[in-house]
Design a binder for this molecule. Structure first.
Ligand SMILES: *[C@@H]1O[C@H](CO)[C@@H](O)[C@H](O)[C@H]1NC(C)=O
Ligand SMILES: *[C@@H]1O[C@H](CO)[C@@H](O)[C@H](O)[C@H]1NC(C)=O
Ligand SMILES: *[C@@H]1O[C@H](CO)[C@@H](O)[C@H](O)[C@H]1NC(C)=O
Ligand SMILES: *[C@@H]1O[C@H](CO)[C@@H](O)[C@H](O)[C@H]1NC(C)=O
Ligand SMILES: *[C@@H]1O[C@H](CO)[C@@H](O)[C@H](O)[C@H]1NC(C)=O
Ligand SMILES: *[C@@H]1O[C@H](CO)[C@@H](O)[C@H](O)[C@H]1NC(C)=O
Length: 658
């Protein structure tokens, strides 16, 4: 899991300043914006020839082939045959025993995100796990038909089955039960009430408050339950010390209720829905979200015997439990393979839409990988771990200088086919190349990615063409690394050499590269003082590499004191910034706070180089030298963090084309 409230203190960037020079005369030339997506090895490492018919000891796993099936629906029947899907098929099994699913299906914003954001290619099959499957199917259809105002077209791609999962008679129940689930979106979170007068505890479903504004979890103990009205009184009369407060929804915000109860030393808060209302996703709003509250809270239905016991002054105790459940969501991707759907951080169908968008991205990527290219395999599911990382020495084929496009096709997978076996945290992955052992360019950074929290599906294609000259050798050693303490990943990497047309017709594609290393410092008030202007002479092209550590929102490369090349990361800190990049390959539904916008990166995505053509900004007459000054600003000013300075990892290159 990610830290609860990310401070966005880490930023990554890879900068390529490129200058085109023809015959010593500066000639303006625009290089297309760097574009990168997708990646991986020739052998799709999720592809297995097992089909669900022939699973062995366990059952079908992610990556296995989904066999044909038929399911009765409210409109007739839904038939799946391998090879017929135009897009992904999402399969969802509903149960009203889950507060999470009740909310997912009641919230207007959740329902509308499904009908609005589901890609045109995707279909969804809705099932129910319970005896009430007929009424559940009718209710689900009703909810989505209401939400689909303005996008009726989507309804033809939504299928509702009145047959309960346990009666389907095909392989689907096997996947749902065998994959099981213990994480937030599919565990049955419950509250147990006990009282001396009762023979049996009363157990009802609960939905814990949203992840990002309350910081603790329910303890394993039993708490006294005390009625505290609507929770809006900042000074409630009965002492709440050590107890769980029982408060109604309404009259003030969820945040106010929990804040008041926390001030009164309550150990937790149960907010009950007023009769007829669904359980809601308790969240903070606007400025409320600046504060973090330190007690847990959950929403439940009003249970009449609980209300009666409290009214009569009978002591009541509560405890909290989580019961494993079958899997609620899985999918069959365009390639006909079973796939996990990842983690839903809060009850919203947005997560379904994002996963479906990613499947579309992945299909496009597979198509791109069919384009002609000279492919050199560096890693094929090699473990990357510890100080050493993954290392491979590769014979470089002759004739690479004929190509002007170099793409990195990289994929990260996990020890097993299940996401549950993947590394838990997001870390930087860097690829270094050395083709001139002992020389000045040895171990230059060629690519960078950020790992996904516990998801093993990432594959990315990154264009790093300006760095082609680094590979001009017979043999190169590639090293791919995460921090040594990170859990292992299995990396696959292909280099794809091809001929593109982003360079001009009267341009030669060979490059000259100079390089200078500098290890960075903390991003503090002295940060910019440490960067001296760099002199560049026409006759001696040089490339500057800077590795730094700081915390910046804008980066500036000032050329010849006049030209201000500025990169501003303005999506940093937006709550959903990285969800907009799922279509570019950012891995969705990670087990952590992958959704927040970040400065120059997202979890589960490659770091795209930023390219600027600076030809016009340089004096190439040879009579003057040129200078480059780099500086980083935080909100337009020199950084001056009071504490916890962040850091930046930056590699910048000045590339000369001749
Ligand atoms: C789900 O359960 C809640 C209370 O337990 C109830 O109010 C609601 O009507 C149920 N919804 C469906 C679709 O059965
Ligand atoms: C909201 O406040 C009104 C007026 O004080 C009170 O009568 C009502 O019971 C409160 N609502 C709830 C749900 O407690
Ligand atoms: C809460 O606990 C603190 C520390 O023990 C105590 O000083 C304070 O009076 C308590 N507040 C209430 C409302 O019980
Ligand atoms: C909460 O944070 C936002 C964004 O950082 C800021 O604009 C706002 O003034 C803060 N509000 C309060 C009450 O501190
Ligand atoms: C080359 O240019 C053509 C026409 O602009 C474009 O359609 C094509 O996709 C380009 N090819 C590459 C490899 O960039
Ligand atoms: C460069 O541009 C940035 C943002 O527009 C500005 O804050 C900075 O002062 C400029 N620097 C110079 C030297 O012009």
């Amino acid at each position: 899991m990610a830290p609860l409230r990310s401070k966005f203190s880490m930023f990554w960037m890879l900068v390529v300043l490129t200058a085109h020079v023809t015959e010593g005369i500066g000639k303006p030339k625009l290089i297309g914006d760097e574009e990168a997506c997708g990646s991986s090895n020739n052998n799709d490492n999720t592809l297995s020839l097992r089909s669900t018919k022939s699973f062995g000891v366990g059952g079908p796993e992610p990556g296995d082939i989904a066999d044909a099936f038929m399911v009765r629906t409210l409109d007739g029947e839904f038939r799946y045959k391998p090879g017929v899907l135009r897009g992904p098929l999402i399969i969802h099994a509903f149960t009203n025993k889950s507060g999470f699913l009740e909310c997912l299906w009641s919230s207007e914003s959740s329902l509308s995100s499904l009908v609005q954001d589901l890609p045109d290619s995707a279909q969804v099959l809705f099932l129910s796990l319970d005896d009430s499957a007929v009424s559940d199917a009718l209710w689900m259809r009703d909810q989505l038909h209401r939400a689909a105002v303005g996008r009726k077209e989507v309804l033809s791609r939504l299928h509702f089955s009145p047959v309960p999962v346990f009666a389907l008679g095909n392989w689907i129940p096997m996947v749902l039960y065998y994959w099981g689930c213990v994480s937030r979106n599919c565990v049955l979170a419950q509250v147990a009430f006990t009282s001396e007068g009762w023979h049996m505890p009363i157990i009802i479903k609960r939905l814990d408050a949203r992840y990002d504004w309350l910081s603790t979890r329910w303890g394993q103990t039993s708490y006294q339950l005390i009625d505290s009205g609507d929770g809006c009184d900042p000074d409630p009369s009965p002492s709440l010390a050590g107890a769980v407060a029982w408060v109604s929804e309404g009259n003030c915000s969820y945040f106010t209720k929990v804040e008041n109860m926390a001030k009164s030393n309550a150990s937790g808060v149960l907010v009950y829905a007023l009769p007829g209302n669904p359980i809601q996703d308790m969240n903070c709003v606007d400025d409320e979200c600046n504060a973090t509250l330190s007690i847990p809270a959950a929403m439940v239905h009003l249970e009449p015997s609980v209300a009666q016991a409290l009214e009569s002054g009978q002591p009541l105790y509560v405890s909290f439990q989580n019961t494993p459940s079958p899997y609620f969501f899985f999918s069959i991707d365009q390639q006909g393979l079973l796939a996990e759907m990842g983690w839903f951080l809060y009850p919203s169908f947005s997560f379904v839409a994002w996963q479906a968008q990613w499947f579309d991205f992945y299909t496009d990527l597979q198509n791109k990988l069919q384009n002609p290219a000279k492919v050199v395999t560096v890693f094929d599911r090699v473990q990357m771990h510890g100080e050493k990382g993954a290392v491979a020495t590769v014979d470089m084929p002759p004739g690479l200088s004929d190509f002007n496009v170099l793409e990195l096709d990289a994929a990260l997978s996990c020890p097993s086919k299940r996401d549950g076996s993947c590394a838990h945290w997001d870390h930087t992955v860097q690829l270094f190349v050395c083709c001139d052992p002992g020389g000045p360019y040895c171990n230059t950074e060629l690519g960078r990615w950020i790992t996904a929290f516990r998801r093993g599906t990432g594959r990315w294609l990154t264009d790093v063409s300006p760095l082609l000259p680094l590979l001009d050798a017979n043999k190169c050693t590639f090293t791919m690394k995460t921090p040594p303490w990170a859990m292992p990943w299995f990396t696959s990497l292909n280099l794809r050499f091809s001929i593109g047309n982003q360079t001009g017709e009267n341009e030669e594609v060979s490059l000259d590269l100079g390089l200078e290393h500098r290890v960075g410092e903390t991003f503090d008030k002295n940060y910019n003082k440490r960067y001296e202007p760099i002199q560049i002479l026409r006759s001696r092209p040089s490339t500057k590499k800077v590795d730094g550590s700081f915390c910046v929102l804008s980066h500036h490369f000032l050329l010849n004191d006049v030209f201000n090349n500025t990169l501003i990361f303005d999506s940093a800190g937006t709550p959903l910034g990285c969800t907009t990049r799922v279509k570019e390959g950012a891995v969705p539904n990670e087990h952590g706070t992958w959704l927040y916008g970040r400065a120059g990166w997202c979890d589960g995505l490659q770091v795209n180089p930023w390219r600027v053509d600076v030809t016009k900004q340089l004096d190439m007459s040879g009579s003057e030298s040129n200078t480059v000054l780099y500086f980083g600003l935080f909100e337009g000013k020199d950084p001056n963090p009071a504490k916890d300075p962040g850091y930046i990892i930056m590699s910048s290159f000045l590339v000369f084309y001749k």
